[in-house]
Every structure is written in structure tokens, then in C-alpha cells.
Design a protein around this ligand. Structure first.
Ligand code: SIN
Length: 382
């Protein structure tokens, strides 16, 4: 064999070629040269395999465009109500759907009833990524995204059908919430709008008029200037308080009463410490389902799709069951026999409304968005 042929074979005695900038010098024998060549070959094969694996998305968690691999994610979803409420049931549906749609690559851990975070710390927790999902009432976003107080406007709608139209993804309110820049700036992405129901007054004295609220210490959800204003306009003293503290505060007489829904009264046993509930239907509690945006963006695209589809289907489910569950809770309270339900006449209900609409709406138009408030007023004929 001539010299050229031996060198081309790369394993001849004497010189051998350079590869990837690593060059061997003169070798003492054929054995060493072959070993080094094999080592280099193995390195090259390993590098190529690694690049192929990354290119095909085989490693999870590296970027949002990857899909189809084996990585898993844990999504903590914290809320402040019990599992049998409209939010509790919808969050369980969301867990079931997302785990199924992600083929088990996402595990949802549910933390109901303020067991992980309460009203006082959940907003901080989602922004920092200590929890990935929440579904707080609109009021709770008041200091972060004041526009969401739109959901607190008194007498926003008169029936479940109307509220589901006024607060839908495609409505003016829905668009304002989905596109809210303050939420985006706070690392939150909106995935759905969920119902709880209409608010009633609970108290230990019968409430048939705004005058009956004079001097009463009424708990309101923290964060909402609209709720504070409406309560004070009716003559009561507004006491913002975390939901998880309300039962004890009622029991100990720290507050006299509150506004809330039958589902929340019943599931927290508040009816056992309140003699009257006035079915005023004077406002709405709706939830904004949010996910930590960084977490969502880091999911591979197939898992992002699983999350958004599960959220859409859980939203549909929530809206099918919310008002029905609220009525079941009302029946349970009636059956418990602890609390008298007062059904105000149309005139009595109207008196509550005339005291606050449109004045409270107008006073908060700048925070909510003047155009949105005008649009809602036009729709209501207010
Ligand atoms: C909730 O339903 O999430 C709590 C509402 C409240 O704080 O009154």
C-alpha cells in the first residue's frame, strides 16, 4: 500500500488526520491511533444524537415550542372556597380535563378553602410563581387591575341569562378583562370567566331597606372601591376582610353581616350564625380564572393547548352548574331552619337600586373605563 492510501485510511503508522480541531501527533503504533479515532468518533456520534434529541423536542421544559416529549409539570391551583361550590366543582373539572388532555404530563394540585393561600397573599403568590393558577372574584384584583371592579357594579344584571351574556368572553366586559394590560403586567394570563351567583344580604336584623343597613358593620371583599362605596352609600360601615376570616368574625360579633351568595353562605356555614338573608340579588360575584403567564409560556405548545382547552370546557361546565348550585344551597339553608329568607318586594328592591345606580357607577367610571361604563348604562337603559 502506498503512503497516500495508508494516510487516507486514517490509521496508518505515522501521521493521522485532525478532527474537530483535535489533532494527534506522531504516534508510536497503530493501537493508539485507532483508540483515539474511536474516541473521537464516539464523541461526534454523541454530539449529533444530543442535537437531534433537542431538535425533536425530546427534552421538556426548555421552550414553549417543544412538544411531544416526556417532561411533566405540576400546576398548583389555589382558591378560597370549598369543593362543592361552583368554583370548587369547576376547578375539579379543570384538573380532570387537563390531566387527561395532557396525557398525565400536567398534574394539577388543588388547594381549596384557603388551605394554601388566602385572599391576603394569593395575588402575591401567583405573581411570584409560588402558585400557578387562581380564580379570585373580580374585587380581589381591585388594586392590581382596577378595571375588574366592573364586575362589582351594583345591579349589573337582573337574571342568570343576562349576566352570562353581559359577562361572556366576547362581551365588552369580557374583552376588557381578557385584554387587560394591568393583568398582563402582573404576569397573569386570563383563561376564563366563571360564575358564582347573585349577592344577598345576611344579617342578624331583618334588612328590607337601605335604612335597615344604617350603622351595620358589613364585611366586603377586600380590594374594591366600588363595594366600599356602595355599602357606605346604603349607610352601612364597610369592613374589608379576607373570606377565610368571615365565619369567625360573624361568630364573634366583629361584623354584623355581609353580602354574598347562597353557595358561599351555606358552604362556610355562615347561615348558622346569621338570622336573616334578604334575597336582594343586588350584585354579582364572578371569577377571573388566571394562570401565571411565565409558567404558561414555558409550557410546550401541546400542553398550552391542553390547558386552554381544559379551561374553556371547565368554564362551560361552571356556567351550567353555578346558578343551579346556588339554588341547591338556598334549599339547604331553608331546610336547616336556622335563617329566615326575606323576599323583598319589587319596590323594596328598587329602593336599594335607586340609592346606588347610577351614582356609584359614575363615581368609578374613571377606574373602570368611562366608555365601558357608558356602554353598560346604555344596555341597561340607565
Ligand atoms: C369566593 O367566592 O371566592 C370568595 C368570595 C368572597 O370573598 O366573598
Amino acid at each position: 500500500m502506498g503512503r497516500g492510501g495508508a494516510e487516507a485510511a486514517g490509521g496508518s503508522r505515522g501521521r493521522y488526520s485532525c478532527a474537530f480541531g483535535v489533532c494527534g501527533g506522531e504516534t508510536k503504533g497503530k493501537g493508539n491511533g485507532v483508540k483515539q479515532f474511536r474516541l473521537l468518533s464516539l464523541l461526534v456520534i454523541g454530539l449529533v444524537a444530543l442535537l437531534a434529541l433537542v431538535g425533536c423536542g425530546g427534552l421538556r421544559g426548555g421552550g414553549a415550542d417543544q412538544g411531544g416529549g416526556e417532561g411533566t409539570y405540576t400546576l398548583k391551583f389555589s382558591h378560597v372556597v370549598t369543593a362543592e361550590t361552583p368554583k370548587g366543582a369547576a376547578s375539579e373539572k379543570f384538573k380532570e380535563l387537563v390531566e387527561e388532555k395532557s396525557d398525565g404530563n400536567i398534574t394539577v394540585e388543588l388547594y381549596p378553602n384557603s388551605s394554601l393561600y388566602g385572599d391576603e397573599d394569593e395575588m402575591q403568590a401567583i405573581q411570584s410563581g409560588s402558585v400557578q393558577m387562581l380564580a379570585p372574584a373580580g374585587a380581589k384584583f381591585g388594586t392590581i387591575a382596577p378595571q375588574l371592579q366592573v364586575l362589582d357594579l351594583p345591579f349589573l344584571a337582573g337574571s342568570p341569562e343576562e349576566i352570562q351574556e353581559v359577562v361572556s368572553k366576547d362581551s365588552a366586559i369580557g374583552q376588557a378583562i381578557y385584554e387587560n394590560e394591568d393583568l398582563a403586567a402582573s404576569n397573569m394570563k386570563v383563561l376564563g370567566l366563571w360564575d358564582l351567583g347573585f349577592k344577598q344580604f345576611a344579617s342578624n336584623t331583618p334588612t328590607r331597606s337601605p335604612e335597615a343597613l344604617q350603622g351595620q358593620k358589613m364585611r366586603i371583599q377586600s380590594g374594591s372601591d366600588v363595594l366600599k362605596d356602595q355599602t357606605e352609600t346604603w349607610g352601612a360601615s364597610a369592613t374589608p376582610m379576607a373570606f377565610g376570616e368571615v365565619f369567625n368574625a360573624l361568630q364573634q360579633g366583629v361584623i354584623d353581616g355581609l353580602e354574598n351568595t347562597y353557595a358561599n353562605f351555606y358552604s362556610q356555614k355562615m347561615h348558622t350564625v346569621q338570622k336573616y338573608i334578604t334575597e336582594s340579588n343586588h350584585g354579582y360575584i364572578g371569577y377571573v380564572l388566571v394562570i401565571n403567564e411565565d409558567f404558561f409560556n414555558e409550557l410546550p405548545s401541546d400542553l398550552q393547548q391542553a390547558v386552554t382547552e381544559a379551561a374553556d370546557e371547565a368554564t362551560e361546565y361552571n356556567r351550567e352548574i353555578a346558578f343551579q348550585k346556588d339554588q341547591e344551597a338556598k334549599k339547604n339553608i331553608v331546610d336547616a331552619g336556622t335563617t329566615e329568607i326575606i323576599e323583598p318586594s319589587d319596590a323594596e328592591r328598587q329602593a336599594f337600586k335607586e340609592a346606588v345606580v347610577p351614582e356609584v357607577w359614575d363615581r368609578h367610571a374613571d377606574a373602570i373605563g368611562p366608555e365601558l361604563v357608558e356602554e353598560l348604562k346604555a344596555k341597561q337603559g340607565t
